[in-house]
Design a protein around this ligand. Structure first.
Ligand code: HEC
Ligand code: HEC
Length: 371
């Protein structure tokens, strides 16, 4: 029986790691508090893709891009005669070549857009330097990222459908099992690895697994580091920390616009049913600080989104704002009524960093979603 070794170990390893990392990234995209995990897998995928592009240049026969078939005429011929192919493609047939390149390119662009969204919108990771005044209202990258990921799923589906069709149409060729054992039942030269190729494979695949381990084991590593400074209100404004956090969470001034703070501070004697009145001097000092650090002047994603979605600007309850309601719409009502939380306004029960002026995805407590 004809038999040829097509996929060497590194090519097969790439394939299965690519599958595993994409699935892991996709699952971890599900909840905001898993974002660091998502980014860790995205970073490892970036390493893996760089390896695959180098492999496409210097790798063994069949894995090289020069072995792919991109001629439109051959693609047509292949698709028209799919039942009885006139030419034998040992590596990628023309249809598979297009799908393969499309997958690699969209995955690459999805990762770049992901890092852009993470840097510009979240002020995190290696592109956080792009989180500037100029990019303040750029929430486009997250959408581009999602679009590219959807395109990637389409190509993945095309790939899987192609392989399954091939399984039925050309079952004797054993294409499906070739990604497990490397062999197809065709005629051709066996693929073999040179020393240089072995080194490239160890560095490339080892490197991408290394990125993953690094991202998981080193807290606050540059890949996921937040560049939004935390505020120690007890030091920065002891008065605010004492007077406005005695009954409830210390709400970050950056979460409401100036007009809201003016209104709220204008009626402290009847403050949500409580008397929270202050000495005139303390009152002036706190109001001045709140106005100076209100949402208008903040580059934080939460402030920008708060401002973009506010309808009337003199709302004084954060929990009544469209932004707050939208970000918490999936949380079951029971979660807010539980003994640990008790009130929607009890932010710190769920956000362990809110009293430091930030609300990071990875600081959302796991109890937050339980009823
Ligand atoms: C005597 C207790 C008390 C003090 C002192 C106090 N508050 Fe409050 N505050 C409350 C109560 C009670 C609520 C309603 C909380 C709820 O809905 O669970 C509230 C709610 C709020 C809310 C709206 C929370 C939401 O639902 O989004 C803001 C904002 C707020 N307070 C700001 C301040 C500021 C600023 C100060 C300091 C000047 C302050 N509070 C001092 C008792 C107090
Ligand atoms: C019962 C727990 C709970 C309480 C109480 C709570 N939150 Fe949240 N909050 C969450 C969860 C969970 C998410 C993530 C929602 C998601 O991913 O769909 C979230 C998301 C957010 C976000 C968006 C974070 C991001 O990066 O997307 C902000 C801002 C926020 N909360 C602010 C607040 C503030 C301010 C308060 C208090 C007035 C508050 N939350 C009270 C659980 C809570």
């Amino acid at each position: 029986m004809k038999r040829v070794y097509v996929w060497t170990v590194p090519t097969r390893l790439f394939h299965w790691l690519f599958v595993a990392f994409i699935l892991a990234a996709w699952i971890s995209a599900d909840e905001e508090r898993w974002l660091s995990i998502h980014v860790a897998f995205g970073s490892a995928l970036a390493g893996l893709l760089i390896f695959r592009f180098v492999w496409g240049m210097v790798g063994p026969k069949y894995s090289r891009f020069s072995d792919f078939n991109f001629k439109i005429s051959e693609l047509k011929e292949y698709l028209v005669g799919i039942l009885h192919p006139s030419r034998v493609y040992v590596g990628h047939n023309p249809a598979a070549s297009y799908v393969m390149i499309a997958m690699l390119l969209t995955a690459g662009l999805a990762i770049v857009s992901g890092f852009l969204a993470y840097g510009i919108q979240e002020n995190r990771g290696i592109l956080a330097f792009l989180h500037t005044e100029a990019f303040r209202e750029m929430d486009i990258f997250k959408e581009i990222h999602e679009l590219l990921v959807n395109a990637l799923w389409v190509f993945i589906a095309a790939h899987v459908v192609g392989v399954i069709m091939d399984r039925f149409l050309h079952s004797s060729e054993a294409t499906l099992t070739s990604i497990l054992n490397g062999y197809k039942n065709k005629e051709g030269d066996n693929a073999a690895l040179s020393l240089l190729q072995k080194i490239v494979a160890v560095v490339g695949i080892g490197g991408s697994i290394g990125i993953l381990l690094y991202a998981f084991s080193i807290p606050n590593n540059p890949l996921i580091l937040s560049h939004t400074p935390k505020v120690d209100y007890k030091k920065e404004h002891p008065l605010l920390a004492n007077e406005c956090a005695s009954c409830h969470t210390l709400y970050p001034p950056t979460l409401l616009p100036r007009q809201s703070w003016v209104k709220l501070m204008g009626d402290l004697s009847n403050h949500f049913g409580d008397d929270a009145s202050l000495e005139p001097a303390d009152h002036r000092a706190i109001l001045a600080y709140l106005l100076e650090h209100s949402a208008e002047g903040s580059k934080q994603e939460m402030s920008v989104k708060m401002m973009q979605t506010l309808e009337n600007r003199d709302i004084i309850a954060i929990t009544q704002t469209p932004f707050w309601k939208r970000t918490h719409r999936h949380i079951p009502v029971e979660a807010f009524q539980s003994d640990l939380v008790k009130s929607r306004a009890n932010c710190k029960a769920c956000h362990s960093d809110v009293e430091q002026g930030v609300i990071e995805d990875n600081a959302i407590k796991p109890i937050a979603m339980k009823g």
